[in-house]
Design a protein around this ligand. Structure first.
Ligand SMILES: NC(=O)c1ccc[n+]([C@@H]2O[C@H](COP(=O)([O-])OP(=O)(O)OC[C@H]3O[C@@H](n4cnc5c(N)ncnc54)[C@H](OP(=O)(O)O)[C@@H]3O)[C@@H](O)[C@H]2O)c1
Length: 386
C-alpha cells in the first residue's frame, strides 16, 4: 500500500496536552505522521498518479495547530493533507482523453467549484472525503490536474513551489489591479506602487506587478528572500527594522518610510496574507484609493478598522480564496516567465516532511519548502532535477 502523511485529532490533542495549550511550544512535526493509504478503485474519469515532488503549504500548519479550525476533528478525526504537488501519470480511466501514462502534471486545490468557478471548499482541507497529495501515490479526477510546464525554464523544485501559491497570487493581482482601475484609470496613473509582506504568495504577487511595469516593494524579515527579490528588480524593506509592527509607533514609522519611498503617495495595491499586526501596517501605508487584497489569515482571522477613515481615503478591502481552475491554467502560463520562486536551501526527503513543517512553523526557511517524494524520477524531468 502507498504511504501517505496524516494528521489526526488525537495527535493534535496529545501535543496540546504535552504543551498545556501553549501554541508557542507546539511541535508541528509531532502531529504529522506517516500512514498507509488504500487508493480508491480507478473510475472512468480518474487518473492514477505517482507523486514526484510536493511543496509544504501553510494550511497544513493551520491544520496541525488547529489554530483557525480543528479541521482534522471537523473531518471526522483524520485528514490526509497536501494540496500542491507535481506527479507522473501512471494510468488513466477509460474516459480520460487529456492525459496519458508518462505525462507529468501539476495539481490545483479547488475542491469544488461554485457557479463562477471559485472553490466552495479546498481539496485535502474542508472538501469532504478529499485525500491529499503528501503521499507516494494518488487517485484523482482528471479535472484536478493540469499539464506541468516542463519547458518553462524552472527546475523541478521551482515548478513544485507554484501549484497553489502562483494561482493565488495571480488571482489576488488581477483583483487588486481591477478594483484599483475601477477608481483610477490608466490614463490618470500608469505606474502603481505595489506592496507585499513576507511569504511565497506575496513574492509571486510582486513578480507579477513588477513584470507589468509597476513599482514593487517587498517587506519581509528574511534576508535571503529579500535578496532573491532584489535580483528581480523588486525593492525591499526589512520588516524587522519596524519590529514586525508590534506597536503603533512601529506602524507609524513604517508608513512614513513607505510614503517617503513613494514621494508621499503610498501603496496603491497592498497584498497582506498575514493579517494580525501586518494589517494595520498595510492600511497605514496605503495610498488614497488604495486596495488591500488578502486570501490569508496566518497571524489572525479577524481584522478591525475604522470604516469612516477608510471611506474618506476611498480604500477598498478585498477578500478572496483560491483562483478558478481556468485561472490556475492561466497562472501556469507564467511559470518561469514571471514566476521565479524562492526555494528553501534544503530539498527535504519524504521522511523529513514533518520536520519541513516544523521549520516552516518556526519561520526559519530561506524560501518555499519543497519535499522530494519520489526517489526515482521519470526521464522527462531528469534534467530538471538539480
Ligand atoms: N486562501 C488561499 O487561497 C491561500 C493560498 C495560499 C496561502 N494562503 C494562506 O496565506 C498565508 C501565507 O501563505 P504563504 O504561502 O504566502 O506563506 P509562506 O510562503 O509559508 O510564508 C509565510 C511568511 O509568513 C511570514 N511571517 C511568519 N511569522 C511572521 C510574523 N510573526 N510576523 C510577520 N510575518 C511573519 C514570513 O515572512 P518574513 O519573510 O517576513 O519572515 C514568511 O515568509 C497562510 O496563512 C496560508 O495558509 C491562502
Amino acid at each position: 500500500m502507498p504511504r501517505a502523511y496524516a494528521i489526526t485529532a488525537e495527535a493534535i490533542a496529545a501535543e496540546n496536552a504535552r504543551v498545556a495549550g501553549d501554541l508557542e511550544k507546539f511541535d508541528v512535526s509531532k502531529v504529522i505522521a506517516l500512514d498507509e493509504l488504500a487508493l480508491r478503485e480507478m473510475g472512468p474519469k480518474d487518473v492514477h498518479l505517482k507523486i514526484l515532488v510536493a511543496s509544504a503549504e501553510h494550511n497544513v500548519d493551520h491544520a496541525a495547530l488547529a489554530d483557525t479550525l480543528n479541521i482534522a476533528e471537523f473531518r471526522g478525526g483524520k485528514i490526509y493533507p497536501g494540496n500542491s504537488a507535481v506527479g507522473e501519470v501512471l494510468a488513466v480511466g477509460r474516459d480520460v482523453t487529456r492525459f496519458k501514462p508518462g505525462d507529468v502534471v501539476i495539481t490545483h486545490a479547488n475542491g469544488e467549484p461554485d457557479a463562477y468557478g471559485y472553490p466552495l471548499r479546498i481539496w485535502a482541507y474542508d472538501q469532504p472525503d478529499s485525500i491529499g497529495w503528501y503521499g507516494e501515490e494518488a487517485m484523482v479526477g482528471d479535472w484536478q490536474i493540469l499539464p506541468a510546464p516542463l519547458d518553462c525554464g524552472l527546475n523541478l523544485w521551482e515548478i513544485a513551489a507554484l501549484p497553489l501559491r502562483a494561482p493565488t497570487a495571480y488571482h489576488l493581482w488581477r483583483r487588486g489591479l481591477g478594483i484599483f482601475r475601477v477608481k483610477v484609470a490608466r490614463e490618470q496613473l500608469a505606474r502603481l506602487n505595489v506592496l507585499g509582506f513576507g511569504g511565497g504568495v506575496s513574492e509571486l504577487f510582486l513578480m507579477l506587478a513588477r513584470h507589468e511595469g509597476h513599482r514593487a516593494i517587498f517587506c519581509s524579515g528574511s534576508p535571503e528572500r529579500r535578496r532573491h527579490l532584489e535580483g528581480l528588480g523588486i525593492e525591499t524593506i526589512d520588516q524587522k527594522r519596524f519590529n514586525r509592527f508590534v506597536d503603533r509607533d512601529d506602524v507609524k514609522a513604517f508608513s512614513k518610510h513607505v510614503k517617503k519611498l513613494t514621494d508621499g503617495e503610498g501603496a496603491h495595491v497592498v497584498c497582506d496574507m498575514l493579517r494580525g499586526p501586518v494589517f494595520a501596517a498595510g492600511i497605514a501605508a496605503a495610498a488614497r484609493a488604495g486596495v488591500n487584497v488578502s486570501a490569508g489569515w496566518q497571524l489572525d482571522k479577524s481584522i478591525r478598522y475604522d470604516s469612516a477613515g477608510l471611506s474618506v481615503r476611498q480604500i477598498t478591502l478585498d477578500h478572496s480564496h483560491l483562483e478558478t481552475i481556468t485561472g490556475c491554467g492561466a497562472a501556469t502560463e507564467l511559470y518561469g516567465r514571471v514566476f521565479k520562486p524562492t526555494v528553501h536551501r534544503e530539498i527535504y526527503a519524504f521522511g523529513d516532511l514533518p520536520r519541513a513543517f516544523e521549520e516552516m512553523h518556526q519561520n526559519v526557511q530561506t524560501g518555499i519548502p519543497i519535499v522530494r517524494v519520489a526517489q526515482e524520477m521519470p526521464q522527462s524531468v531528469e534534467t530538471l532535477v538539480t
